[in-house]
Design a protein around this ligand. Structure first.
Ligand code: PLP
Length: 402
């Protein structure tokens, strides 16, 4: 077997450098644990940006993917398969929406939502052709396609990739007056992360989502929630928008929809909105394939059967209270919902990256988001004992740093 050093050298030589990963080369995973090629074990506190909420290589998902791969993998949507109808039904019944549209990556599902909102604007709301506007938030992360980066507020995401797609308006996250001002007769949608993940687990001011939902309703604007990272149990509810008792018109999911086993994403919405698509309007060769659908069906069942949402509430509260008891001169404050916690470091702490590297030395894999936030997002199958083990490392790093 190749060593970590060899793997890193090969990747450096032959791979594009569009990521800056921690130098840990993983080869195995089970539950919250991963193992590197030298046999060192780590706790995974990123969970592939919450794709692995159900834990690495969940035995039920391994079984389903093996079985379905041996039976039928891909038909394309030119033909039908016997898994998609049941995923569609089970997903709609679980979430209370009327229709779904399956894709693969999260970004594709966001693109799907943008297309649905625009077409809904022209065909249902009556917006003048090619005038549709979608409002988004400062600090957003919705993916990496050319259209999606067009409305990123992060300069690096856009720099060198123009010309950009028009039709988007950025408002400050959490600012209801700015939303009110930005809405006009051409506004078709407000696209928002109920909690911003990549921005550092940023929770908007209480009431913002509720008031946004009301404003959208009054103005015939679709409220579109990007729950790709915040959804499917991460924050202690099925969807993060439930914390404010609202019901967006369209919800975008991905990541944990497959428990990390396979790329599966979807848009869920009403008959009115997803009904705007006619045959040929939109599609994907792999979207809705039998493996994806079989895996997603099982991944959703695991969330329910293993009470991952309830675990996220209980263990999230336990975790953040333990963290708050750590007296560290580097920490500004902690914020979080469920098992999704941001450790916000002080400006002079020297950045979150070095803390993540120190955590790695102690067997905990976490990733900095932006410069100053350590994101804590372990698989939701984590136990209290495992949290206690991780807390020893976290405490040591937050007090001694290295
Ligand atoms: C990860 C993520 C995406 C993009 O998903 P990909 O599968 O990486 O394309 C979009 N929105 C949010 C909120 C995400 O966290």
């Amino acid at each position: 077997m190749a060593t970590s050093k060899e793997c890193i050298a090969l990747e450096d030589q032959y791979g594009a450098h569009n990521y800056k990963p921690l130098d840990v080369v993983l080869t195995k995973g089970s539950g919250i644990w991963v193992e590197d090629v030298e046999g060192k074990k780590y706790m995974d506190f990123l969970a592939a940006y919450s794709a692995v909420n159900q834990g690495h290589c969940h035995p039920r998902l391994v079984k389903v993917i093996q079985k379905q791969a041996a039976r039928l993998a891909l038909t394309s949507r030119a033909f039908r398969n016997d898994q998609l109808p049941f995923l569609a039904k089970e997903l709609c019944e679980l979430t209370g929406y009327e229709k779904m549209l399956p894709m693969n990556s999260g970004a594709e599902a966001v693109e799907t939502a943008i297309k649905a909102a625009r077409k809904w604007g022209y065909t249902v709301k009556g917006v003048e052709r090619n005038r549709a506007e979608i409002i988004v938030c400062d600090g957003n992360f919705h993916g990496r396609t050319t259209t999606i980066i067009s409305f990123s507020s992060e300069d690096q995401y856009k720099d060198g990739f123009g010309p950009l797609t028009p039709g988007f308006v950025i408002i400050p996250y959490g600012n209801i007056d700015a939303l009110k001002k930005a809405i006009n007769k051409n506004t078709v949608a407000f696209l928002v992360e109920p909690i911003q993940g990549e921005s550092g687990v940023v929770i908007p001011q209480e009431g913002f989502l509720r008031e946004s939902a009301e404003l959208c309703k009054q103005n015939n604007v679709l409220l579109v929630a990007d729950e790709i990272q915040s959804g499917l149990g991460r924050t202690g509810t099925m969807f993060a928008f439930e914390h404010e008792n609202i019901r967006p018109d369209m919800v975008i999911i991905g990541k944990a929809l497959s428990g990390g086993m396979y790329p599966v994403s979807a848009v869920i919405s009403s008959r009115e909105v997803l009904g705007v698509f006619n045959p040929g309007d939109h599609g994907s060769t792999y979207g809705g394939n039998p493996i994806a659908c079989a895996v997603a069906r099982e991944a959703l069942k695991i969330i329910v059967d293993e009470k991952l949402i309830e675990r996220s509430v209980d263990l999230g509260n336990y975790f953040i209270n333990k963290l708050r008891a750590i007296e560290s001169s580097y920490v500004d404050f902690y914020r979080g919902k469920g098992l999704w916690i941001g450790i916000v470091l002080k400006k002079d702490a020297g950045g979150a990256r070095r803390f993540c590297e120190a955590l790695r030395e102690r067997g905990v894999l976490a990733k900095e988001t932006h410069e100053n936030v350590i994101r804590i997002a372990p698989p939701l199958v984590i136990t209290r004992e495992e949290i206690d083990t991780a807390l020893i490392a976290i405490k040591d790093v937050l007090i001694n740093k290295t």
